[in-house]
Design a protein around this ligand. Structure first.
Ligand SMILES: CC(C)(COP(=O)(O)OP(=O)(O)OC[C@H]1O[C@@H](n2cnc3c(N)ncnc32)[C@H](O)[C@@H]1OP(=O)(O)O)[C@@H](O)C(=O)NCCC(=O)NCCS
Length: 184
């Protein structure tokens, strides 16, 4: 399991204590705008349970982000195997979701750089992808800040978005290659 540290932040494995602040975050309509709106407690608990299982299997996952100074829960970020089939899979994605009050401080870019570094240096992945609903400008801005690039030919309709949310279907895909050739 993986813990990453940056000047202001720690990303560490999930524990039961993260459920409460993560539920608060997932209850905020602004944060959840591109995920189909706020989620029930049951759904949030199921997500955390699945993250706990997957982080044990994969060694890292989308995992809690806390402030170093106060241990306050900021949100979640990390890398994960893409669990659905698309033209770009198998692939490892980088993703993020922060509580509204923690937007605008550069936290995601800071921890994102650490995850990119970890993915390429420690795990030797050949490439990372990141995807978002096409008008999720804040998320796309993070991808660009981290150096990810976009080819419109990669964009796709997300199969797991329900048909009653057609405005959330179209996704942009961004990619970042490992600058060091992946060893065999
Ligand atoms: C996507 C999301 C994580 C982006 O968060 P964010 O705080 O905008 O991203 P960053 O951490 O890169 O911060 C960048 C902002 O912090 C500002 N900033 C302040 N201090 C900074 C510092 N020390 N270093 C860098 N940037 C700093 C930047 O100027 C920038 O502000 P701007 O957006 O007004 O230009 C956040 O909006 C979110 O959680 N959204 C809801 C969930 C979601 O949609 N997730 C993505 C699904 S694909």
């Amino acid at each position: 399991m993986t813990t990453l540290e940056t000047p202001r932040l720690i990303s560490r494995p999930w524990t039961e204590v993260d459920i409460e602040p993560f539920f608060a975050l997932c209850s905020d309509p602004e944060v959840m705008r591109y995920f189909g709106g706020p989620q029930s407690r049951e759904k949030v608990e199921a997500t955390v349970r699945s993250c706990i299982e997957l982080q044990a299997r994969f060694g890292v996952w989308l995992q809690p982000l806390v402030l170093k100074e106060t241990s306050a829960f900021v949100g979640m970020a990390g890398i994960a195997e893409v669990l659905f089939e698309e033209h770009f899979t198998p692939a490892v994605e980088i993703g993020w979701r922060l509580a509204r009050k923690h937007w605008g401080h550069g936290y995601v870019t800071e921890i994102g750089k650490a995850f990119v570094d970890y993915a390429f240096r420690e795990r030797n992945f050949g490439e990372l992808v990141s995807f978002a609903v096409q008008d999720n400008e804040r998320s796309i801005a993070v991808m660009k800040r981290l150096g990810f690039t976009h080819d419109p030919a990669d964009d796709f309709d997300h199969k797991r978005v329900p048909d009653d949310l057609p405005h959330l279907k179209r996704h942009v895909l961004y990619r970042l290659k490992n600058p060091v050739e992946k060893s065999a």
